[in-house]
Design a binder for this molecule. Structure first.
Ligand SMILES: Cc1cc2nc3c(=O)[nH]c(=O)nc-3n(C[C@H](O)[C@H](O)[C@H](O)COP(=O)(O)OP(=O)(O)OC[C@H]3O[C@@H](n4cnc5c(N)ncnc54)[C@H](O)[C@@H]3O)c2cc1C
Length: 388
C-alpha cells in the first residue's frame, strides 16, 4: 500500500512531493502523484503559454525547490545562467527561468516516473487509509493529498447564453492561442493580468484587430493579493479569527482581483497608444451572430464590435474546486465545510484523518495566497508537521 498519493501533478503537487521525499524522509517507493496529464506541470505550461506570460507575478523566492534561494542559485549555475532574467521590483523571475528550474527538479528526482495516470472521481474511507476511485480503477492508499488546483472556469452569463463555439475561455483545456488564424478579428474580455497579457501577445503576433473589453479602467497592483499575506501581519490576525465567515471576508478583501502589475499595464498601454489594441472600458451585455456569421459583441456603452473570435479572460470560478465528485465525497464522508463551501482543515491541513488539502482547498487555513506558489510552500511546511 502506498503511504502517500498526491492527487494533481501541478506546481503544488510536485512541490509537496519534492518536500515529502527530500525533507520528510518518505521513501520514493511509498509516494505517487496522480494526474490525467502525461507529464507533471502540463496545466501550468499550457495556461502560461496561452496568455503569453513572460515574467511571473511572484518574487524569485516562490518556486517549487526546497530553499527560498534555490531559484536564484539555479540562475547562477551553468544550467540557468543563459536564462537569467529578473524583473524588479521584487525580483520576479522570467517564465523561461522558472520553468527551466522546475524542469531541472522534475528531471533530477524523476517525478515523471512517480506519475500515475488517472482522474479521481471518488474517495472512500477504509480501514487505515482511503480508497481512491478513478476512472481507470481503484487504489487503496494510506494518505491522500488533494492538490487539484482550481477546476472551474468563470464564464459570464452573456457568453453562456450565446453558446457559440467561437467564444472560448483562454484556460479551456482545448484552447491553443497559437492556432488562432492571423487574420481573425479578436475581442478579449477581462480586466486582469491574463486579459492584458493575452491582448498584448496577440497584438505583438500581428493580429490586425485586437479589442480588449474591461469593465473598469486598468487597476495596477504588484501582486494579486495584499503583500501582508506573505507574512505575519495578515496571517496572525487570520489565524486568530475563529469564524470561517470572517476568514472568508478577510481573504476576499485581501485579494486584488482584476489587477495587473505595472510592467504589464505599461506594455498594454503602449500598444493601445500605437493603435494596435483598441481598449474599451465597458461591459458586454450580449453577443449575437449576423446572418453572415460574424460575432457581434454588444457593450453597455451602445457600441458593437464585430469579431471572428471572442476570448474570455475572466478567470476561475471562485466556488470550491472539485465539483461534482468532491460534493459527493463531502456528503458520504461527512467532511467539514464552512458556509462558503470550502474545507475546514486542521493546522496540518488534514481535512479528515489521512486526507490533506493544498491550494484553494486549503485557503481557510492558509489565507489569500493559498492557491499560489507561496501557498504551496506554506502547505509543504504544514504537511511536514503531519509526517513528523
Ligand atoms: C496564467 C497563470 C499565471 C500564474 N502566475 C502565477 C505566478 O506568477 N505566481 C504565483 O504564485 N501563482 C501564479 N498563478 C497561480 C498558481 O500558482 C497557478 O495556477 C498554479 O499552477 C497552481 O498550481 P496547482 O498545482 O494548484 O494547480 P494546477 O497547475 O492547475 O495543477 C492541478 C493538477 O491537478 C490535476 N487534477 C485536477 N483534478 C483532478 C482529479 N480529479 N484527479 C486527478 N488530477 C486532477 C490537474 O490535471 C492538474 O494537473 C498563476 C496562474 C495562472 C493561471
Amino acid at each position: 500500500m502506498l503511504d502517500w498519493l498526491i492527487v494533481g501533478a501541478g506546481l503544488h503537487g510536485v512541490h509537496l512531493a519534492h518536500v515529502l521525499l527530500q525533507r520528510g524522509g518518505v521513501p520514493r517507493s511509498r509516494l505517487r502523484l496522480l494526474d490525467p496529464h502525461p507529464t507533471p506541470l502540463t496545466r501550468w505550461r499550457h495556461l502560461t503559454a496561452n496568455v503569453g506570460m513572460t515574467f511571473l507575478r511572484s518574487p524569485s523566492v516562490h518556486h517549487i525547490g526546497l530553499d527560498a534561494d534555490d531559484l536564484y542559485r539555479f540562475a547562477r549555475s551553468a544550467a540557468g545562467r543563459w536564462l537569467t532574467e529578473f524583473r524588479d521590483p521584487y525580483h520576479r523571475p522570467s517564465l523561461a527561468l522558472f520553468n527551466a528550474h522546475a524542469d531541472a527538479i522534475v528531471r533530477k528526482h524523476r517525478f515523471d516516473e512517480l506519475l500515475l495516470s488517472g482522474s479521481v472521481c471518488g474517495l472512500q474511507r477504509v480501514r487505515r487509509g482511503w480508497r481512491v476511485i478513478t476512472e481507470q480503477g481503484d487504489l487503496v492508499v494510506r494518505r491522500v493529498v488533494l492538490a487539484i488546483g482550481r477546476t472551474a472556469l468563470h464564464r459570464p452569463e452573456w457568453a453562456r447564453a450565446a453558446a457559440d463555439p467561437r467564444i472560448v475561455h483562454i484556460f479551456e483545456p482545448g484552447f491553443e492561442r497559437e492556432r488562432l488564424l492571423s487574420t481573425e478579428r479578436i475581442v478579449v474580455v477581462g480586466g486582469g493580468i491574463s486579459a492584458a497579457q493575452t491582448a498584448t501577445v496577440l497584438a505583438r503576433a500581428g493580429h490586425p484587430e485586437v479589442t480588449l473589453v474591461m469593465r473598469q479602467p486598468i487597476r495596477k497592483a504588484h501582486f494579486d493579493s495584499d503583500p501582508c499575506w506573505n507574512g505575519p501581519k495578515c496571517l496572525t490576525k487570520f489565524w486568530h479569527t475563529r469564524s470561517y465567515v470572517e476568514r472568508r471576508r478577510q481573504i476576499q478583501t485581501g485579494r486584488y482581483r482584476g489587477t495587473m502589475p505595472h510592467d504589464v499595464a505599461r506594455e498594454l498601454l503602449q500598444l493601445v497608444g500605437d493603435q494596435r489594441i483598441a481598449l474599451k472600458i465597458a461591459e458586454v451585455t450580449t453577443c449575437t451572430v449576423t446572418p453572415g456569421g460574424t460575432l457581434c459583441v454588444h457593450l453597455n456603452s451602445n457600441e458593437t464590435i464585430a469579431a471572428d473570435r471572442v476570448l474570455l479572460a475572466t478567470g476561475f470560478d471562485q466556488a470550491r474546486p472539485g465539483s461534482p465528485w468532491l460534493d459527493r465525497v463531502i456528503v458520504s464522508e461527512g467532511l467539514p465545510c464552512a458556509p462558503c463551501g470550502y474545507p475546514i482543515p486542521d493546522k496540518t491541513l488534514a481535512w479528515a484523518p489521512d486526507l490533506y488539502v493544498s491550494g484553494a482547498l486549503a485557503e481557510l487555513e492558509l489565507g489569500a495566497t493559498a492557491p499560489n506558489l507561496r501557498g504551496a510552500r506554506l502547505a509543504a511546511e504544514r504537511l511536514l508537521c503531519a509526517v513528523n
